[in-house]
Ligand binder design. Structure first.
Ligand code: NI
Length: 203
């Protein structure tokens, strides 16, 4: 095998590994949904849990701070070139489709899966890109690991030249004020689908 062939083979194996990781993470969520619900409205026991993190102003935030709000929670990282910004924009459009009274009941949260690079200062700059009341949360690697586990989030570092990127599952969790999972929205769920389901739940 030439060097080029060996390189290609390595890249292919890594790609297969990443896809499998993502597929397994997606599968465990799907199975939970099937056993508990119809459609993508779910009452999945075991998704969610307590956490203590820092917001974009360095203020400690725990799950207890959001007990009066519905939540739309997205896990991602600020260096993500496409999927994370697309999903965060989608949340903005979904909220715009709701009445002001409805959207006031919802706290959108962006939780980083890349705490090494996504510091408080980085998150502060990042959420300025979005035109709604998005709150961004980071923490120590241990704190992020705990919240990822609670929400069954898959994320893994992937070397990229001298640097790295993150492979991660991409779900928007719609949680009730008392942290019951109401729905999971996937990348192919549109803002319209989201706002219809949210609206039906709030009324
Ligand atoms: Ni991403």
């Amino acid at each position: 095998m030439t060097l080029r062939q060996r390189l290609l083979r390595t890249i292919m194996l890594v790609a297969i590994g990443l896809c499998l990781g993502g597929a397994i993470a997606a599968l465990s969520l799907t199975q939970e949904q099937n056993s508990n619900s119809s459609g993508s409205f779910v009452n999945a026991a075991g998704v969610g849990g307590s956490y203590s993190l820092l917001d974009q102003d360095g203020k400690t935030r725990t799950d207890q701070d959001f007990k009066t709000s519905y939540k739309l929670i997205y896990f991602g990282f600020t260096y993500c070139p496409t999927i994370c910004p697309t999903e965060l924009q989608k949340i903005s459009r979904a909220l715009q489709n709701l009445s002001p009274e409805q959207s006031a009941k919802i706290q959108p949260l962006f939780i980083t899966i890349d705490p090494e690079r996504d510091t408080v200062a980085v998150l502060k700059k990042y959420i300025e890109l979005f035109d709604y009341n998005l709150m961004a949360l980071t923490g120590s690697p241990e704190q992020i690991e705990a919240v990822k586990k609670a929400y069954k989030v898959y994320a893994a570092k992937v070397p990229q030249g001298e640097d790295y990127t993150m492979d991660h599952s991409s779900f928007i969790y719609f949680m009730s004020p008392d942290d019951q999972l109401l729905a999971i929205f996937r990348s192919d769920d549109t803002a319209k689908i989201m706002s219809e389901k949210i609206s039906a739940t709030l009324n």
